[in-house]
Design a protein around this ligand. Structure first.
Ligand SMILES: Cc1ncc(COP(=O)(O)O)c(C=O)c1O
Length: 389
């Protein structure tokens, strides 16, 4: 494996970066170190940059379509990385996972229908259901032996309340769980029993730490594939969220047609030129860079765990099986979330995501984004220590 250098990062301030340029709007201060929104401080794989440069040099950016070569790149990535055999004919593209979820909600549910999701979970799961007039039905996750696990009794009870869709976050954000085959099978079989479709948001699937393996839920069985719409993207994996390109994998033709119909209603028909070029180059050539990134992230995670153990023993870090997001338990500090946020922002000058943003079950936790240089990470840890001193 060729090692890439993640120890330096260009200054992101002044680039319309949500993470770096919006802290004043979101947190009320522009002098905080941003370790919140989920993107990385690293440039994408050099092959992605080369492909984009080449495309810019061409100089014409007319209407672009999502052709065969892109489809082949997606399918070969899924086969190589996730041992999942899919056909190009099962793909539909979207400018992002969030817009894809919104489209699917509109295509398969009516106002007042229930949408099941775990809690805590990625915030837009709740807000997309609510803003579309659907009811988010929460099945709280429970922490067992330091990890989030599914409470299958609560999960089945929730399925009985007018639920049409189950929105699965796999791997899980904010907890970093990589669901096991057994857990996935159990969730899928319950969805089947209650006639509920599964939207599986697998945006973090490539960011899995050893020795864990991500299993696409649709790859488990034909009957599960038939009720599942899987959402994947190169955006988190290769740090190209700004290119706005993601892919839906929908082998069931009937379901796929309904989504395509919804796209047509919204006037959506393709991706932007750079999204197409970036996605194809990333899936074709980004594997080596990704392996190198995962090793850097693993070292960052170790650094946080060691620091917290030595300097901040009242905190505890949930061991992430995937993602570059750390879910940190602050409950033993005895302080409320408001008090902690005040200390983190105004004393430590550090911007983390407060846990309650991911559902009320997240209260007492903060989510820290560690996809940054080791130097920035150490700065963030010192700020956290200062905040709590
Ligand atoms: C679980 C999950 N889904 C979706 C997204 C965002 O996807 P997109 O930018 O493609 O809309 C994120 C970003 O943090 C995420 O964590």
């Amino acid at each position: 494996m060729m090692m890439h250098n993640f120890d330096s990062s260009p200054d992101r301030k002044g680039t319309s970066s949500v993470k770096w340029d919006l802290t004043k709007t979101v947190f009320g201060r522009d002098d905080v170190l941003p370790m919140w929104v989920a993107d990385m401080d690293f440039p994408p794989p050099p092959e992605v940059l080369d492909a984009l440069h080449k495309r810019i040099e061409h100089g014409i950016f007319g209407y672009t379509y999502t052709g065969d070569s892109l489809g082949k790149a997606v399918c070969s990535w899924m086969k190589e990385r996730h041992n999942w055999e899919i056909k190009e004919s099962s793909l539909l593209y979207s400018s992002g996972i969030v817009p894809a979820i919104a489209t699917i909600i509109k295509a398969f549910t009516e106002k007042g229908d229930g949408i099941l999701m775990h809690s805590p979970v990625y915030t837009p799961f709740f807000s997309l259901a609510e803003s579309n007039g659907r009811i988010p039905i929460k099945a709280p996750l429970v922490i067992k032996e330091g990890q989030f696990t599914v409470d299958f009794h609560a999960f089945e009870e929730a399925l009985k309340h007018g639920v049409k869709l189950f929105l699965l976050c796999s791997p899980h954000n904010p907890g970093g769980r990589v669901w096991t085959q057994e857990e996935l099978l159990k969730m899928a079989e319950l969805c089947k029993k209650y006639n509920v479709l599964i939207i599986s948001d697998e945006i973090h699937a490539d960011l899995v730490h050893k020795p864990h393996t991500h299993i696409p839920i649709a790859s488990l069985k034909k009957e599960i594939e038939d009720i599942t719409l899987t959402l994947a993207a190169p955006s988190k994996t290769f740090n190209i969220a700004g290119l706005q390109a993601s892919v839906m994998i929908i082998p069931n033709k009937e379901l796929q047609e309904k989504v395509a119909e919804e796209h047509q209603k919204q006037g959506i028909f393709t991706l932007n030129t750079f999204g197409v070029v970036g996605m194809e180059a990333a899936y074709l050539h980004g594997g080596d860079w990704l392996d190198s990134l995962m090793s850097y992230l693993a070292d960052n995670i170790e650094e946080v765990k060691t620091f917290v153990k030595a300097e901040l023993p009242e905190l505890s870090v949930m061991e992430p099986e995937a993602t570059y997001l750390l879910w940190i338990d602050f409950r033993d500090t005895g302080k409320t979330e408001t008090e902690l946020q005040d200390l983190l922002l105004n004393k430590g000058k550090l911007a983390l995501e407060p846990g309650s943003k991911f559902g009320e079950d997240g209260e007492g936790f903060f989510r820290m984004n560690i996809a940054c240089t080791r130097e920035t990470l150490r700065d963030g840890l010192e700020r956290m220590k200062k905040a709590l001193s």
